[in-house]
Design a binder for this molecule. Sequence first.
Ligand code: PAF
Length: 280
Amino acid sequence: MKSIESIAELQLIIKEYRSEGKSIGLVPTMGFLHEGHLSLIDLAKKKSDIVIVSNFVNQLQFSPNEDFKVYPRDLIQDLKLCQERGADIVFTPQHGEIYPKGFSTYINEEKVSTDMCGISRPGHFRGVTTIVLKLLNIVQPDYIILGQKDAQQIAVVRRILIDLHINTEVIVGPTIREEDGIAKSSRNNYLSEVQRRDARAIYKALLTGKKMFDDGTRNVDRIMAEVIHVLTEVRRIRVIYVTIVNIDTMKPVKEIVPEKTIIATAVWMEEVRLIDNIIF
Ligand code: PAF
């Protein structure tokens, strides 16, 4: 496995792979890898000959009051995990390599990204779409592999691929959970023991919503109200949103269509922001 910082060097190697007719899967990450990321590497390996993992904490997708400075980082451990899991290249650019001096070009998706986390994290998706497009331009992969936990991110990336005529297929890996249901996330690292225990309510609430639907409830409002109720029973949780949306548009629906509709939530677990969703 190679660890590469420079775009020029990466592109030279990619050119060689391409001349050998090899397909490429890109797993974009911000590092501090956990089983969720590693499962995406597994998926990438199944689909493509070469797996490139990008490891870059993208400052542009953090607001000034967010956790960019303290976002957990452990490159040595990440490289070890990528090697063990069989990645071919880890791309670890410095900030200046990705955002050259004087940088002033951004990508803005204006529909799918505007609600949900688009409201509570202004500028976040502009940062995500800009870095994702940069990575796609640099690597030109056949596949980009993303995790279902970031459902809105997936929908936004799908949209920019269509809108900007980019010939890369999105592959989605399921949300990987701890034994007690908590979705794996680098931000779980911020949780104290009690906060972590209380965070179980998030998946429990989502499952409550799904069960209501499975048991015959069709009123979307009632399902959302029940999910909010389960969440607000936990003293440490503050609900940012609970919503039932179409998986592609991320807009609220009146009717739940299985596999096309998700119930998604973002909460504050005291000072830690967590998101999760499940597909009906
Ligand atoms: O999901 C993430 O970790 C990030 O948003 C991504 C896609 C790597 C872009 O920085």
